[in-house]
Design a binder for this molecule. Structure first.
Ligand SMILES: *Cc1c(COP(=O)(O)O)cnc(C)c1O
Length: 357
């Protein structure tokens, strides 16, 4: 499918951030966006790149009422050599299509989405920041547009991609985060939509996150919905623990998001010859290991922060300090390895990085 391009004129262009050290997350968006429409019986049509701006949505659009919305999050990185690189980008669109299946939405053409994304980034290449640690965040999104108030599957959708420069995800930067283990609210149950990146999962997590924030925590650690016993994820990150010499992360049983960073960490840890287990881990086992000094490190993984070390875990009112409240050796090594590949500074034996400019 041909992608029609309408470039922003001078009046539609926005000022670029002048101080890259002050970049936040998701606050600034670039000059253009990629869009493509879908109608049942017709398929995807009218792929286009346009100046960034409002989109018209019917008040009866089904996404607004019944929540058919899915999204992705990935990044483009500019290395010291000026090159712009993507990290395992195709897998984000493959995962988007898994989310689409779960929400009864149409699958996108992965090649078209990749092509639209690349053309968009190259058109707005001056928006890819240059300082180390900064990147261009990419947000592919699909939602139901058909105006209809009866509950059923929508017959029309819009898929779009918006992009914008971002700095470090957490205010604390790479400083370890404080985690509140949530033993009342749950994020997702097996059989539900936990493994899809869909809006409702995040809407339903806000209250717990807000209550934890008020108590001084950065993020919530979710336990399984059935027993409130097994560790699932933290906020929008998958969770890893280093207990003695075993690296442990929860298995993909349907209620957690299959993170691409999670998968990268698993492969790297295995290649480093460490013991890597995808297995259920109870919160009691974590706390016992922490008490016995055997919990060496804990960290979250996700595109936004890559590796986010955990310095404190609080469960049922007891604080447990992890790795002396500092970034652990394994967390640092994994961060350096993945970020090094993303910026083209370290070899990429996995073929994960694609240079596009
Ligand atoms: C996006 C996301 C992750 C991390 O996935 P990555 O592909 O590593 O960015 C983990 N958990 C949840 C709930 C997420 O939304």
């Amino acid at each position: 499918m041909e992608i029609k391009v309408v470039q922003a004129d001078e009046s539609q262009r926005k000022p670029k951030p002048t101080d890259e050290t002050k970049l936040g997350f998701g606050e600034i968006l670039a000059d253009h966006m990629f869009l493509v429409d879908y109608e049942a019986g017709k398929g995807w049509f009218d792929a286009r790149i346009e100046p960034y701006g409002d989109i018209a949505v019917d008040p009866a659009a089904m996404a607004l009422h019944y929540g058919q919305e899915i999204f992705e999050g990935l990044k483009a990185f500019r290395g010291n050599d000026g090159g712009i690189r993507l990290f395992r980008a195709r897998e984000n669109y493959i995962r988007l299509n898994l989310s689409a299946q779960r929400l009864c939405m149409p699958e996108v053409d992965v090649d078209l989405a990749m092509e639209g994304m690349k053309q968009l980034i190259l058109l707005d290449r001056d928006w890819v920041p240059r300082s180390h640690g900064t990147s261009l965040y990419i947000r592919p999104t699909m939602f139901a547009t058909e105006p209809h108030l009866g509950v059923r599957i929508s017959t029309a959708y819009l898929f779009f991609i918006i992009i914008g420069p971002v700095g470090a995800y957490y205010k604390e930067g790479l400083n370890p985060i404080k985690i509140y283990v949530e033993d009342f609210y749950v994020r997702a149950a097996i059989g539900g939509t936990g493994e899809a990146k869909t809006a409702g999962n995040y809407a339903s997590s806000l209250l717990a996150a807000e209550e934890a924030k008020k108590k001084g925590f950065t993020q919530v650690m979710w336990l399984d919905a059935a027993e409130r016993k097994y560790v699932e994820e933290v906020g929008t990150m998958n969770m890893f623990f280093l207990v003695d010499d075993e690296v442990i992360t929860a298995p993909l049983t349907g209620s957690i998001l299959p993170g691409i960073t999670r998968d990268s960490v698993i492969q790297i840890v295995k290649d480093w010859g460490m013991k890597m287990s995808e297995r259920s881990l109870s919160i009691d086992e974590v706390i016992e290991a922490a008490r016995g000094g055997r919990l060496k490190e804990a960290f979250g993984t996700g595109t936004a922060a890559v590796i986010s070390p955990v310095g404190q875990i609080t469960y049922k009112g007891d604080d447990h300090i992890v790795a002396g409240g500092k970034m652990g050796e394994l967390s640092q090594r994994l961060y350096d390895e993945i970020v090094g590949m993303q910026y083209g500074e370290k070899p990429d034996p996995y073929g994960w990085v694609e240079r596009i400019d």
